[in-house]
Design a protein around this ligand. Sequence first.
Ligand code: MF3
Ligand code: CO
Ligand code: CO
Length: 291
Amino acid sequence: MVKKQKKAKPRWVVPAGIEPTEMDIKILEAQAQGKLVPRPRLIKTEKQIEGIRKAGLLNTAVLDHVAENIREGMSTLEIDKLVYDFTTKHGGIPAPLNYEGFPNSCCTSVNDVVCHGIPCDWEILEEGDIINVDCTTIVDGFYADASRMFVIGRASEEDQKLVDVAWECLKIGEKVCEKPYVFVGDIGNAIAKHAHKNGFTVVRDYCGHGVGNKFHEEPDVEHYGKPGTGMLLVPGMVFTIEPMINMGDYYVCSDEEDETGWIALTEDGLPSAQWEHTYVMTENGVEILTH
Ligand code: MF3
Ligand code: CO
Ligand code: CO
């Protein structure tokens, strides 16, 4: 007995009698070729984009505030306090706080922590550490998400190269999106090529994501993959690119002592670096909303 095939409902439909726009035609074409296309709700309205832009402005100010104050000898919990105090003082809410059991206002991922590091009072920043601070800010219900690497004092040459290549990977992903109607897989393919060329690997277990009306929305934005695969990116979509680049293997594991289950470590103990921005796709390619 075979299960009767249920025909999947098409994601993009133009009602009869309505003249399809240029965008409708491009999406319908991709859909007909079996490509993954967005559902209509992923296309943000102007008003929503303005809201996310406002959240992005505060999120950038929060990260600038961290940049001005981060220093050797500080605990990661002090960074968390900087983020909480600054965000709430300026009318925002730190999205990580109490999000699915996450206990703090930002993620602080030091050296071999790939992502979702939990700030704590006994983790003291030392000369040569590389740390990612990842902040997401809610303003009037809209979300913007970005992260930066900080080097405490001077990093080793190879750690500094990892930080730099992770940044270049973000910029390369951005460059792929200099026009609309590219696929998520085009971004991932270009990023992974650059990482591999430099002797590094790309984390596969975590990805970028749609964002704006919620913390995490469709699509998944993987940082590796084949061109022409993954979701079609069309004007009005808001999403992050946030490659996690490892010096050694791309495998991640969890921290046995972490009761929340959030913290992701590299399996081989070698360092990892990541940068993240929130973008809106426009007719002329992506614009950064977290500058
Ligand atoms: N900001 C992270 C991201 O880029 C998500 C953190 S979820 C948290 O998707 F709960 F750990 F904050
Ligand atoms: Co983030
Ligand atoms: Co993100």
